[in-house]
Design a protein around this ligand. Structure first.
Ligand code: ASP
Length: 437
C-alpha cells in the first residue's frame, strides 16, 4: 500500500498543526509521499503566507517597503522552527530572499516561497527527504504541465529517497523560472505526486471531515458524504457544490486512484472517499449521495405544432449557440420544448435569441420566465430504485414547491428540478430531509 498525503494551509498553519500532521504520518507508514501548502490562517483574523507574499510583491511594484511583511513571515516561520526544536535556518533564508527583493523579482518566485519554507520545515520535522517542486514539477514552454517529465522526476525521487516531501503550488518552466499554479494549486501537486508514483490512495487533508451532502448554510448540520464516484462529484460540482476543482482531481481520476478527503483536526473521521466505481452492496439504504443547486436561470419555452417535422428544436439550439447562450437543460413535449439557460451567462443575448427564434422558428408562442433555480439530487443508486422521482416530486409538492422543469440525465445519475428562486432553499431542505437521511 502506498499513499500520497497532501496537507492544506490550515493543516500546517503553526506548530500545533505540524504536530497533528506528524501523528497522522506516523500512524500509517504507507504515507510515503507528502505535499504541503504554505502555512495558512491560525485563526479567522490571521493571514496566509501566500497572501502576505502577494501583498509583498504589490508593495515592491509600487516601491513601498515590504520590511514589515517580511518580518511577519520570518516570525511565523521562526516560531514553528523554535517550538518544534528544528535546525532550519529560517532567519538566514528569509534574509537571503530579502536581499534579492527588487522589482525584477517575479511574483511567481516570490509567492512560491510560502510553500518552499513550509515544506523545508515539515521535511525536517518528519524526517522526509525534501524534494523541491522546481526539480520535479515541470511546465512546458506553453505553460502547461509536462506530465511525462513530472511523472518521471517524482517517481525517481521516491525510488531514491523512499519517503519524500514536496512543496505544493509551483514548478519550473523550461527557462528555469518558477511558475505557480492557480490558487489552491497544491491540490494539483498532490494529485500529480499520487499519479506519478502509482499510489493506491491520494489523501487530501484539510479542515473539514469530507464533502457535505448539502450546503450547511441551507441545511442544518448536513452529514458528510462517505463515498462518491468521480462522475457523481462532477454533477455536484457542476451544480455549485463546493468541492475540489476538477483540474486538481484529473491526474488521480484518470488513473483510477481513490481520493480520500480527510480532516487533520479529526483524524479518526473517515472523511469522503471518491472512487471510480463504487460497489454498493453493503452501503445501507441511502440512495441520494448529495444535493446541490444554483439560482438564477431563465426558461425559454417555445410552442410550435409539428415542431419535429420542422426541426424547430435543432434550429433553436443553433440559435442559442450562435449567441453563446449555454443550454443547461432541455425539456421536451409533443408541441413544445423549454430551454433552460443561466440568466447571467445569457445576459443581453436573450433579446437577440428571442428575435432570432421568432424569425427562424416561426413559433406559435414563445414564453420567457426568469428567477428559476435548479436543484439536483445526485446519486448513483437512484437508477436501481423504482419510484424515486415520484416520491421526490410528491415531497416537493407537499411542501408547496412548484416544479417548473424536470430533467434526468440519460445516465440516471441526477434528477434536476427547476423551481422558483424563492423556493430554492425549501427544495434543498425537503430533498435532504426526505431522502438523504
Ligand atoms: N498557497 C497557495 C494558495 O494559498 C496554494 C495552496 O494553498 O494550495 O492558494
Amino acid at each position: 500500500m502506498l499513499k500520497a498525503a497532501k496537507f492544506g494551509g490550515s493543516s500546517v498553519a503553526g506548530a500545533e498543526q505540524f504536530k497533528k500532521v506528524k501523528n497522522i504520518i506516523e500512524a500509517d507508514p504507507s504515507r510515503r509521499i507528502v505535499v504541503v501548502s504554505a502555512a495558512g490562517k491560525r485563526s479567522a483574523d490571521d493571514h496566509k503566507l501566500t497572501d502576505l507574499l502577494y501583498l509583498c510583491h504589490a508593495h515592491l511594484t509600487y516601491g513601498v517597503s515590504c520590511d514589515e511583511i517580511m518580518q511577519t513571515i520570518e516570525q511565523r516561520l521562526a516560531e514553528i522552527r523554535s517550538e518544534l526544536a528544528l535546525r532550519y535556518d529560517v532567519e538566514g533564508e528569509v534574509e537571503a530572499l530579502r536581499a534579492r527583493l527588487d522589482r525584477s523579482m517575479s511574483v511567481d518566485e516570490l509567492v512560491s516561497r510560502g510553500e518552499y519554507f513550509t515544506a523545508r520545515l515539515m521535511a525536517e520535522y518528519l524526517g522526509y527527504a525534501f524534494v523541491d517542486a522546481a526539480d520535479c514539477i515541470f511546465f512546458g514552454f506553453d505553460g502547461q504541465l509536462d506530465r511525462e517529465r513530472t511523472d518521471r522526476a517524482i517517481a525517481a525521487a521516491l525510488a531514491e529517497h523512499g519517503r519524500i516531501l514536496i512543496p505544493g503550488f509551483y514548478g519550473r518552466l523550461p527557462t528555469g523560472k518558477i511558475k505557480v499554479m492557480s490558487r489552491g494549486g497544491s491540490d494539483i501537486t498532490g494529485a500529480l505526486a499520487a499519479a506519478a508514483t502509482g499510489a493506491d490512495v491520494y489523501e487530501n487533508w484539510t479542515d473539514v471531515s469530507g464533502i457535505l451532502m448539502a450546503d450547511p448554510r441551507i441545511v442544518n448540520d448536513p452529514r458528510p458524504i462517505e463515498k462518491v464516484t468521480y462522475a457523481e462529484l462532477r454533477e455536484l460540482a457542476y451544480m455549485g457544490a463546493s468541492v475540489m476543482h476538477e483540474e486538481s482531481i484529473q491526474p488521480v481520476k484518470e488513473k483510477g486512484i481513490a481520493l480520500n478527503i480527510r480532516n487533520t483536526n479529526r483524524p479518526d473521521d473517515p472523511g469522503t472517499l471518491i472512487v471510480g466505481d463504487a460497489l454498493d452492496r453493503d452501503d445501507g439504504e441511502r440512495f441520494i449521495t448529495g444535493i446541490a443547486g444554483k439560482r438564477d436561470f431563465t426558461i425559454i419555452t417555445v410552442t410550435k405544432r409539428d415542431m419535429n417535422a420542422n426541426h424547430t428544436l435543432c434550429q433553436a439550439l443553433e440559435i442559442m449557440d450562435r449567441y453563446h447562450a449555454p443550454v443547461e437543460h432541455i425539456t421536451l413535449g409533443l408541441d413544445s420544448f423549454a430551454l433552460v439557460s443561466g440568466s447571467n451567462a445569457m445576459g443581453d443575448a436573450l433579446y437577440d435569441v428571442l428575435a432570432d427564434l421568432r424569425k427562424t422558428c416561426r413559433p406559435d408562442d414563445v414564453r420567457v420566465e426568469d428567477d428559476i433555480a435548479l436543484v439536483a439530487a445526485v446519486g448513483r443508486k437512484m437508477s436501481s430504485r423504482p419510484g424515486i422521482s415520484g416520491r421526490l416530486f410528491k415531497a416537493l409538492g407537499d411542501s408547496g414547491v412548484n416544479i417548473r422543469t424536470i430533467a434526468q440525465g440519460a445516465d440516471e445519475l441526477a434528477i434536476t428540478v427547476g423551481v422558483d428562486n424563492k423556493d430554492f432553499e425549501t427544495a434543498i431542505r425537503v430533498m435532504y430531509n426526505g431522502f438523504a437521511l
